[in-house]
Design a binder for this molecule. Structure first.
Ligand code: UDP
Length: 478
């Protein structure tokens, strides 16, 4: 079935928020243009480049076989070159009002997953700001984590057979953790549903926040009806997107996910390293590079990306890099990878990389080396790969789903697409209008700097803590 589409107008003739835009003929994406608007002569291949073997043979890259030790967490001042001294001073100023207050954050895993990644950076920064913050992880048997995984999928709309035994076990493990832990702090932040039952330790002093990182827009009714009475005992709930929330009897706040600009995935890197990674992977940097970094998952539409690349390639020279992971230990990932290989055929300009989970530096280098980053998702959470690409100033073409439109403001910070043809059209447009593409990248970088960095997240926590402790009052519309 063909995907739904909307009109694609790559650029309009106006000065828009500092973006210099250009007039082009108005077309719809389903009517892919038959001749390019103004195609410059693009060299098909560098005549001096060595012959490139087909995609199937080019997967012997050199990522280390074991995870490297994690680098030490950055200090607040390390962020100064990125966000400026005034923003660092602001954090110290906000934190001053919280001196003497203590915080405990609780989640269900110390490693793996986005929540642990964020806490690994957030906790040291809060402590450096002299807001003593502890991080504790709940424990449980395999039976508990099987239940919480079932809950997780059910809250995302999946099927789940709820029994009394399951609900009792969930409460039993929460109760065990509650008995084991102490709750002497002023503020408690409980992440996600697994430890939600700790709220039973709430006393008069101390404010409790439930930080929900998952999309609750379409939850399994029985699971949500079970969890909701716990959630409504909190003083506030935080969601990652307005679309992910439920109606609740407590105040709700919006905290966007964030990236750390100093992490291995996002830090600026030596050009020589970027070049080496490209050479190892057989990427020719003398020609345009399009990249999609994503798990091999149909909802990321990697086959659609290949189709868009093939359509665009009729008019503009380019290579496509599809880098993902998880295909080794996830049976569905392996099937999707096979479909991707099939769709790529023997095209030597399609480079497919199945990377191990500790490839942050390589992913960073691939994003840096790209002329355009694509994230053609059909369904998405927030879409951190988009945040990463925008942060690197890359012109980004992405599906208008999930949290992507919050990040990609169409024709201002990137391009939103709804179909293979629309994606192809925009690839071709951006490759033939490099100034416009560059401006999108600049705007995207600023948008991330303002809204989706770890330091923005720290600021939000400090302000929320002030509100919850009554240090400041939330602004009310007059
Ligand atoms: N990622 C990775 N290796 C891969 C594919 C993705 O490290 O092979 C990273 C990617 O850089 C991003 C995260 O995993 O930081 C994916 O987050 P996103 O929100 O884009 O998608 P999700 O996989 O959570 O649906």
């Amino acid at each position: 079935m063909k995907e739904k589409d909307t009109k694609q107008t790559p650029a309009a003739s106006s000065e828009n928020g500092g973006v210099r835009t250009q007039t082009v003929e108005h077309t719809t994406a389903t009517e892919a243009p038959t001749s390019p608007p103004e195609v410059p002569q693009v060299e098909r291949r560098n005549p001096n480049a060595p012959p490139v073997p087909p995609a199937r043979e080019r997967r012997k890259y050199k990522v280390s076989e074991t995870p490297p030790p994690p680098p030490p967490p950055p200090k607040l001042n390390d962020y100064e070159p990125i966000i400026g001294k005034a923003a660092i001073d602001e954090l110290h100023f906000l934190a001053r009002h919280l001196r003497g207050k203590t915080v405990k954050m609780v989640n269900s895993t110390a490693v793996g997953g986005g929540v642990a990644e964020i806490l690994n950076r957030l906790i040291p920064l809060m402590n450096e700001l002299e807001v003593p913050t502890k991080w504790e992880v709940i424990t449980g048997g395999n039976d508990f984590f099987e239940i919480t995984k079932g809950f997780h999928n059910a809250l995302h709309g999946g099927e789940y057979n709820v029994t009394k035994e399951i609900l009792d076990l969930f409460q039993m493990y929460n109760e065990q953790n509650r008995q084991r832990m102490e709750f002497a702090e002023d503020l408690f932040v409980i992440h996600d549903p697994q430890p939600v039952g700790l709220i039973r330790s709430k006393r008069d002093r101390g404010r409790w926040v439930w930080r929900c990182h998952i999309d609750l827009s379409n939850p399994h009714a029985e699971v949500w009806n079970f969890l909701r009475p716990f959630v409504e005992q909190y003083d506030a709930a935080i969601f990652s997107s307005p679309a992910f929330t439920r109606q609740l009897a407590i105040p709700q706040y919006l905290f966007y996910p964030c990236i750390d600009p100093l992490s291995e995935k996002n830090k600026t890197m030596e050009e020589t390293f970027v070049q080496k990674v490209c050479e190892d992977f057989g990427i020719d940097r003398t020609r345009p590079v399009l990249t999609q970094i994503s798990r091999f998952d149909r909802l990321k539409d990697p086959v659609g990306v290949i189709q868009a690349y093939k359509l665009a390639k009729k008019y503009v020279d380019c290579q496509l890099v599809l880098a993902g992971g998880g295909a080794t230990d996830d049976p569905e990932g392996a099937v999707v990878l096979a479909e991707v290989m099939e769709a790529a055929g023997d095209d030597p300009d399609v480079i497919i990389l199945n990377l191990p989970p500790w490839s942050a530096l390589e992913i960073n280098a691939l994003q840096q080396a790209s002329n355009i980053v694509i994230q053609k998702s059909l369904k998405e959470g927030f879409g951190l790969t988009v945040t990463e690409a925008l942060w690197k100033g890359k012109p980004t073409i992405a599906g208008a789903v999930g949290g992507i439109p919050t990040q990609v403001i169409h024709k201002l910070t990137g391009i939103l697409v709804h179909s293979v043809e629309g994606c192809a059209y925009q690839i071709r447009y951006l490759l033939t209008h490099p100034e416009f593409a560059q401006q999108l990248g600049k705007n995207g970088h600023e948008h991330v700097k303002e809204n989706f960095l770890m330091t923005t997240n720290v600021r939000r926590w400090l302000v929320l803590f002030q509100i919850l402790l009554g240090v400041v009052k939330p602004a009310r519309p007059s």
